[in-house]
Design a protein around this ligand. Structure first.
Ligand SMILES: CC(C)(COP(=O)(O)OP(=O)(O)OC[C@H]1O[C@@H](n2cnc3c(N)ncnc32)[C@H](O)[C@@H]1OP(=O)(O)O)[C@@H](O)C(=O)NCCC(=O)NCCS
Length: 173
């Protein structure tokens, strides 16, 4: 499992978190309990820090980076879908950052909000709590409120997968 220190910056990974052997974690990265990082995801905490909250999944192919000015902070019970890019942004608890979306420097996603699949939220963007942003550039969907705790089924599924993978993943080549 490629987990790297960089100088004195060393990942802090809770014993109940899970990093798939084909994910890469570098430097100032904190993974809280039952957080999970899936194949080909890269969390590179070099010029700043990255924090991933409890029960949050960072799914396959996602790339999380940070800058000297903007850490990447993701709260608890979030879903970071497949092929997401987050660069120095803040995501509160219970959010869905959907597949293939991009969330750029200084952006803030408030509690329970959604960035839709394929959306691009540019610098210093903002999604208010329980709202949804879609498209390129991302725009807030009118007259729509995201259901409370909408991420729970996906979050529970990923916490369950941690057990399955810790117990049963075997490399065959
Ligand atoms: C954002 C999302 C939740 C919207 O789903 P939804 O609310 O069921 O949306 P609907 O299919 O009812 O579509 C509603 C409208 O939004 C549009 N729309 C839906 N998803 C869109 C997207 N990702 N980007 C742009 N427009 C979108 C639809 O075209 C439709 O427009 P219309 O009203 O003009 O016809 C969905 O697109 C998505 O991103 N799902 C997340 C999948 C994922 O990443 N899971 C994580 C892996 S476990």
């Amino acid at each position: 499992m490629p987990i790297y220190a960089l100088g004195d910056k060393e990942p802090i990974i809770h014993p109940d978190a899970y990093v798939h052997p084909d994910a890469t974690v570098i430097g100032d990265v904190t993974l809280r309990a039952f957080a999970s990082v899936w194949p080909q995801a890269v969390l590179r905490g070099d010029s700043g820090s990255i924090q991933i909250g409890e029960r949050t999944s960072v799914q396959d192919g996602s790339i999380l980076h940070c800058t000297e000015f903007h850490p990447t902070v993701v709260g608890a019970n979030c879903v970071i879908g497949h092929n997401v890019h987050i660069e120095g942004a803040t995501v509160a608890d219970n959010c869905l950052i959907a597949s293939g979306s991009v969330l750029l420097n200084g952006s803030v996603v408030e509690e329970g909000a959604v960035l839709g699949a394929g959306a691009v939220m540019s610098f210093n963007g903002h999604i208010p709590a329980r709202r949804m942003a879609l498209g390129v550039p991302a725009r807030i969907r009118e007259n729509h409120e995201v259901a409370a705790m909408a991420t729970v089924p996906i979050v529970d599924g990923y916490v369950e997968r941690i057990k399955i993978y810790k117990a049963g993943l075997r490399r065959l080549d």
